[in-house]
Design a binder for this molecule. Structure first.
Ligand SMILES: NC(=O)C1=CN([C@@H]2O[C@H](COP(=O)(O)OP(=O)(O)OC[C@H]3O[C@@H](n4cnc5c(N)ncnc54)[C@H](OP(=O)(O)O)[C@@H]3O)[C@@H](O)[C@H]2O)C=CC1
Ligand SMILES: [Mg+2]
Length: 344
């Protein structure tokens, strides 16, 4: 089986080396904050914090109608908490997310124990469901809001050691929890998932689960089993879900996916031989899986919002939106087809 990594284009490597020293300094600074409690607290005091209420992020709408993630300086948030009758030192429970290019640390905090509407009024925003926030925010803010929720969720679910049953305590950055009774260290966890777009050279295979919105088809996905390589997961999932045997694999990219909980999505293109394309769907997992032509995929990509079909009409197919790595795989497949086969 082939596994080839894409080589970065020269333009990207040039940009990389230009910003490299700043990037290296920033990564080392973040790492220091995870290891040095005092440095992390100092960074928090001069940093910014964004908020969640029971894991729903706070968003603010600008006068131009654009949704943004409000970033609150430490002192402002301390003041807000004091006004709402809470000890301002609660800000110190914030979890480190990242650092801006100016080395300004960014944290997040869940204020679920406060009255939601009172916080919204104080901060001039609204707490919204993560899915809505993720789909509404632009650029860098969507992955930030997903990362924040994933970390806060992990802390909320790991307050006790699974070996001793005793409470665990977190470090200042929130990058780990420790059980002091036995020294066990817990780190935030993600589940590795392989997502693959299978092609037979001319068509690609998309599938839908019964829980997907009407008409939506996506690439095949599945969780890695313990001890498997990514290639083994990919071959097994394709065999299990659609009864096909993969002959080659090419890496495309990866993505943290917060729904329903943290998955680490690894995206690959895969091919089956043109003589081995008979789909045998596992209906326990999938409602439907079928081959699509380039024309059908082009039409699906043109739909920006889910089509509104009358109930009795067969649904027009559409594919996941651009922030989902499934979309990237599908677009890359179309580009490859256009480059190699279109018009032939
Ligand atoms: N970003 C993107 O573009 C896309 C992301 N995805 C994501 O990929 C993930 C996996 O896809 P899916 O097809 O559902 O996976 P699978 O085909 O592996 O099927 C899911 C089932 O696997 C079992 N399972 C095994 N390990 C785990 C685990 N660590 N966590 C949860 N369930 C597990 C569960 O079964 P049981 O309940 O019986 O135990 C679950 O119902 C989903 O979270 C989905 O949101 C999917 C498509 C596109
Ligand atoms: Mg699956």
């Amino acid at each position: 089986m082939l596994m080839c990594l894409r080589v970065l284009p020269a333009r990207v490597t040039r940009n990389f080396s230009r910003c490299c020293s700043n990037y290296v300094a920033r990564m080392r600074f973040i790492n220091k904050l995870k290891e040095d409690e005092g440095a992390c607290l100092t960074a928090l005091e001069s940093g910014n914090i964004f908020l969640y209420h029971t894991l729903a992020p706070l968003l603010r709408k600008t006068q131009q109608g654009v949704f943004q993630l409000p970033l609150l300086p430490f002192k402002d948030l301390e003041g807000i908490l004091n006004r709402l009758g809470k000890d301002g030192s609660m800000v110190k429970d914030s979890v480190l997310i990242t650092c801006t290019e100016q080395n300004r640390a960014l944290f997040c905090l869940d204020v679920g124990e406060l009255d939601q509407q009172a916080v919204e009024k104080e901060c001039g925003g609204n707490f919204v469901d993560l899915r809505k926030a993720f789909f509404t925010l632009r650029g860098e803010e969507a992955p930030l809001v997903a990362r924040g929720q994933a970390l806060l969720r992990w802390h909320q679910g790991n307050g006790f050691c699974s070996a001793s049953g005793k409470p665990t305590t977190r470090n200042q950055a929130g990058s780990q929890r420790v059980c002091h009774s036995n020294g066990l260290i817990y780190y935030p966890k993600m589940s590795p998932v392989i997502i693959t777009l299978v092609s037979d050279g001319k068509r690609c295979l998309l599938a839908r689960q019964a829980s997907f919105p009407r008409g939506m088809f996506s690439a095949l996905a599945g969780f890695c089993d313990m001890g498997e390589t990514l290639e083994e997961t990919l071959r097994r999932e394709v065999a299990e879900e659609v009864g096909l045997e993969v002959v080659s694999v090419r890496y495309s990219g990866s993505q943290h996916w917060p729904f329903p909980q943290s998955s680490f999505m690894v995206a690959c293109h895969a091919t089956v031989s043109p003589g081995n394309t008979q789909v045998d769907v596992d209906h326990e997992e999938l409602e439907e899986a079928r081959w699509f032509t380039l024309e059908e995929i082009r039409a699906a990509l043109k739909l920006r919002t889910p089509p509104r079909n009358p109930r009795d009409q067969p649904p027009t197919i559409w594919v996941p939106p651009s922030y989902a790595i499934a979309h990237k795989l599908i677009r890359e497949w179309v580009d490859d087809q256009e480059l190699h086969y279109d018009g032939k």
